[in-house]
Design a protein around this ligand. Structure first.
Ligand code: ADP
Ligand code: MG
Length: 608
């Protein structure tokens, strides 16, 4: 009466497939790896509907002999290794003989192939693991693998697929990695009939880095090399002025394979230490060329993680060589200038403007400092919107009739700015320490929300439109946010295959670098939120995106830590807090203020 039974082969394959193939991009990855292993000089990828309907990878590699076609599709069948020893000398991208069998188990797969130098090709079709017969077929030299109806027999997986653009973004990123890893191979990518890119072969990765990361960055790249065995590598590294807010500008390749490795990421961070600000990350492309005996690639089903025999020595060598190149390039003195805006100088007109700004937006001119004004949000007329950081440019305040606000800001309680980032306030019953950025961010959040709700965000048309070069993945993500970003006054036009031109920004961010604004938006918001389209346009996801954009813009337009504030600016900020009765947390959920009552202090100093 046993209850244990052996699973049938088809089910075993389906389960195994789950490990390697979790979305269309993994099919693209496996098929392109096979093409590269076959020695292709040209790899062309066509997909439809983000890969749900069709993925076709064609190559001009060595091809598969007709007799081998059924074997190519069988599980654990490979031409790449023969013995366990080979495992530690792997020079191909694949070797587990799993990919085609896995894909065949969960899709309609057709292989058409002709071995180089033979007169005729052959084809083979498999549907959900059921294999047809090998048939003679006219074909070009090389192989075409065509995958239709992915996950047709795994409804759960199909249900987990995201929108076309999200799946496409993953595929685009996969292709970007291959293109960077194999500059000598020609790559083409077509989506729904549109040519997304066609990359001619190149001697080194620089032209492709230019294509995906912009000419400026590519031109500025430094090249650091280590040639002493066993650790040889070449690193194409951007000067610290080209930082990104996440790790997506960092690519590590090992023998033509994109890998992720914590110790290498750490090495990159170390190499740029003190050259980039906290929270920013350098852009770097590292090509490791280690003997196979130094690495175990068989530790992860998709081989994105590997194990190094001498991980820490490699780490130290990377730090040493990259650091030396950065030092040689003498970049250090330029960093603070490039990355850190200088604190604004004291300017009475600017201060008056600031006061006007806070009070006019609150609608409670003159009353705010003494009593909380009723919440009567009167929006600024077009053109009187606050400048960057809510502190308008000199001259925008004085000619306004609302300047009496200055008198209202005369402080009864005393307050100071300390260390350029905190405000200390004397309260009737104690003291408060306030994070100036966190507080202003809350204030800005409410202000921008009110404007947005009334569709009253003033747009600033850029005099010099900003050209932003994006990776295919970034482009796809940006497109998803288009309606939401437009409602906040950020408008752009497509300009060539991978470039957009920013036309307008919200007026309150008019002094920001629009290129950086867009890039940071992509890294901080687009990559982290559920996109409306991704979840079938649900209202909740749409609201989530709007909310994320609000937070992002509030943060960007708030005064930063390190900006010195004039006394009147401090008063205005605190008055706004009183008026809004702001929650005690900043827009990101961090606390805004710390309050110590007199009795807290007395207890602490043991006076009671
Ligand atoms: P692996 O790549 O790990 O060997 P796969 O299941 O991906 O396993 O492929 C099985 C075999 O089919 C490969 O070892 C190779 O011999 C053959 N093959 C697959 N794709 C191609 C291709 N595009 N060109 C030539 N041979 C291929
Ligand atoms: Mg393979």
């Amino acid at each position: 009466m046993g209850i244990i039974r052996k699973l049938d082969a088809a089910l075993v394959n389906q389960i195994a497939a789950g490990e390697v193939i979790d979305r269309p991009a993994s099919v693209v990855k496996e098929l392109v790896e096979n093409a590269l292993d076959a020695g292709a000089h040209r790899v062309s990828v066509e997909i439809e509907a983000g890969g749900r309907n069709l993925i076709r990878v064609s190559d001009d590699g060595g091809g598969i002999a007709p007799d081998d076609l059924p074997l190519a599709l069988a599980p654990h069948a490979t031409s790449k290794i023969r013995s366990a020893d080979d495992l530690f000398a792997v020079r191909t991208l694949g070797f587990r003989g799993e990919a085609l069998a896995s894909i065949a188990a969960i899709s309609h797969l057709t292989l058409v192939s002709r071995v180089r130098g033979t007169p005729e090709g052959a084809s083979l079709e498999v549907r959900g693991g059921a294999c047809g017969a090998v048939q003679a077929a006219g074909a070009a030299e090389g192989t075409v693998a065509e995958v239709r109806n992915l996950f047709f027999n795994v409804p759960v997986r199909r249900g987990f697929l995201r929108s076309v653009s999200v799946e496409y973004a993953h595929i685009a990123e996969t292709m970007t990695r291959f293109a960077l890893a194999h500059p000598a191979v020609r790559f083409e990518l077509r989506h729904d009939g549109k040519l997304e890119f066609a990359l001619p072969p190149a001697e080194d990765p620089r032209p492709r880095i230019a294509r995906f990361y912009g000419e400026d960055l590519a031109k500025a790249l430094l090249v650091a090399r280590a040639a002493d065995p066993p650790f040889s590598f070449t690193a194409w590294i951007a000067p610290p002025a080209f930082t990104r807010p996440n790790l997506q500008g960092q690519y590590v390749f090992l023998g033509g394979r994109f890998i992720r490795d914590k110790s290498i990421s750490h090495a990159l961070r170390e190499a740029y230490r003190e050259l980039v600000m906290e929270g920013r990350h350098p852009v770097a492309f590292l090509y490791l060329d280690l003997p196979p005996s130094e690495v175990d690639v068989n530790v992860h089903p998709t081989k994105i993680e590997v194990r190094f025999r001498n991980g820490w020595r490699l780490h130290d060598r990377v730090v040493e060589v990259l650091r030396a190149e950065l030092m040689r390039a003498d970049l250090i003195p330029k960093i603070p200038v490039a990355d850190r805006p200088p604190p604004p100088a004291f300017d009475p007109a600017r201060v008056q403007g600031a006061i006007f700004d806070f009070f006019s937006r609150s609608g409670g001119v003159g009353a705010a400092a003494t009593a909380p004004a009723p919440p009567s949000p009167s929006l600024p007329a077009a053109g009187s919107d606050p400048g960057p950081g809510g502190l308008p440019a000199p001259g925008s305040g004085p000619e306004n009739p609302a300047t009496p606000a200055v008198q209202a800001a005369v402080p009864p309680p005393r307050r100071w700015q300390v260390h350029g980032r905190y405000l200390v306030e004397e309260l009737p019953d104690g003291i408060a320490v306030i994070d100036q950025h966190a507080l202003h961010e809350r204030v800005r959040l409410e202000a921008i929300r009110r404007q947005w709700e009334r569709d009253a965000i003033v747009r600033q048309r850029l005099l010099v439109p900003a050209v932003v070069e994006l990776t295919p993945r970034e482009l796809a993500r940006l497109e998803e946010s288009r309606p939401a970003l437009e409602s906040f006054g950020i408008e752009w036009e497509d300009f060539g295959e991978h470039t957009v031109v920013v036309r307008t920004v919200p007026d309150f961010l008019r002094d920001e670098d629009p290129v950086r604004l867009l890039r940071d938006y992509l890294a901080q918001v687009a990559e982290t939120t559920d996109r409306p389209e991704a979840t079938g346009g649900s209202e909740r996801a749409a609201a989530g995106l709007v909310d994320a954009i609000l937070h992002f813009l509030a943060c960007r337009s708030a005064v930063k830590a390190g900006e010195s504030l004039a006394p009147a600016e401090i008063d205005a900020l605190l008055a706004e807090r009183d008026r809004l009765e702001l929650a005690a947390t900043c827009a990101h959920g961090r606390p805004v203020a710390l309050k110590l009552t007199l009795s807290d202090l007395e207890r602490y100093f043991k006076r009671t």
